[in-house]
Write a protein that binds this ligand. Structure first.
Ligand code: NDP
Length: 327
């Protein structure tokens, strides 16, 4: 029997958390032979709700769930964690500016980054979901230097998956025919969803689709604004698809990306594609043996450059807003 992997999840009783932890415990994320220990963190006001979630997890009798902890103390929740999934954060409310959200959630990620530094495994892999995810990841990383800086990532995978699905439906092909979409930049409406490098049944998607107008006027804004579209239709933000994207992000990071394909992850920029170092930016990556590498040498046209730079400028602005929260 393999050693269990310790997985910490913050905001575990929230909407995304509730949709996520059953899938982790069932084996969807790390495979059906890998036991897991769930370390679930919430704010004090949500601890009772979290107790109810823990009861439900027990009632599933998941064979792979070999332990569970529920807590409102970050140092306990992160103790010895191999994987840390940071979902917990304050949602944006009416009238709140992005800069308010940056400060409020930045405080949370400062506190939690310090706790990670004290108690998480130095090899822990961290995925930030709570928004503004890229900059929250940057704040946490700045306080948890004992961990490898390359192991702080933010979630771009929902944008990536949305792009795959949109290309497939427009091309009239199954989603399995589509590879190599990219969600560049920030997880915000300034992201750049890129199908120019994507392929459908091995043929360049832009050739397959023919229509540049559709790409610029429909595809790109549709992916950028998909969250809002779902919010309006459902009356609350995307949850099942966001939880699924977490499962995909961590699974591919740890178990590897399929051959001849890549995925999008928010990772520390190393200057690739002229993106400023010191921001966490959505890049195409290939993963193997628990490590990711940015896919290099893709052709960037002036149209793409403009959009990639716009996202970078937004991330630099966000970084300036939270400088006082960084370690
Ligand atoms: P959700 O579980 O619905 O969302 C959690 C976070 O994920 C939000 O910041 C949300 O951003 C973000 N997110 C990232 N990508 C997506 C996406 N594609 N679609 C939707 N959301 C996305 O929020 P809840 O309020 O239900 O749950 C949050 C939990 O966190 C609560 O249980 C709360 O108690 C806990 N919490 C914990 C804190 C802590 O640990 N210190 C502090 C504050 C809250 P967006 O708002 O932009 O949708």
């Amino acid at each position: 029997m393999r050693q269990p992997v310790r997985i910490a999840v913050t905001g575990a009783a929230g909407h995304i958390g509730y949709n996520l932890i059953f899938r982790i415990a069932s084996g969807d994320m790390l495979g059906y032979r890998q036991p897991v220990i769930l370390q679930l963190l919430e704010i004090p006001a949500m601890l009772d709700a979290l107790k109810g979630v823990a009861m439900e997890l027990n009632d599933c009798a998941f064979p792979l769930l070999s332990g569970m902890l529920i807590t409102d103390v970050p140092e306990d929740g992160f103790a010895g964690a191999d994987i840390v999934i940071m979902v917990g954060s304050r949602p944006r409310t009416k009238g709140m500016e992005r800069s308010d959200l940056l400060t409020i959630n930045g405080e949370i990620f400062r506190t939690q980054g310090k706790a990670l530094d004290k108690v998480a495994s130095p090899k822990a892999k961290v995925l930030v979901v709570g928004n503004p995810a890229n900059t929250n990841a940057l704040i946490a990383a700045s306080h948890a230097k004992r961990l490898d800086a390359a192991n702080y990532t933010s979630m771009m995978r929902l944008d990536h998956n949305r792009a795959l699905s949109k290309i497939a439906s427009h091309a009239g092909r199954p989603v399995t025919s589509v590879r190599k979409a990219i969600a560049w930049g920030n997880h915000s409406s300034a992201q750049f969803p890129d199908l120019y490098h994507a392929v459908v049944d091995g043929i360049s998607a832009s050739q397959f689709i023919h229509d540049p107008q559709w790409i610029e006027k429909e595809f790109i804004p549709a992916i950028q604004n998909r969250g809002t579209e779902i919010l309006e239709a459902r009356g609350s933000s995307s949850v099942g698809s966001a939880a699924n994207a977490v499962v995909c992000h961590v699974r591919d990071w740890l178990l590897g990306t399929p051959e001849n394909d890549w995925v999008s992850m928010g990772v520390a920029s190393d200057g690739s594609y002229g993106i400023a170092q010191g921001v966490i930016y959505g890049f195409p990556v290939q993963c193997s043996q628990g490590r990711y590498a940015i896919v290099e040498n893709l052709e960037i046209t002036p149209f793409m450059r403009e959009r990639m730079d716009e996202s970078c400028r937004q991330l630099l602005w966000e970084r300036d807003q939270v400088r006082h929260l960084m370690g």
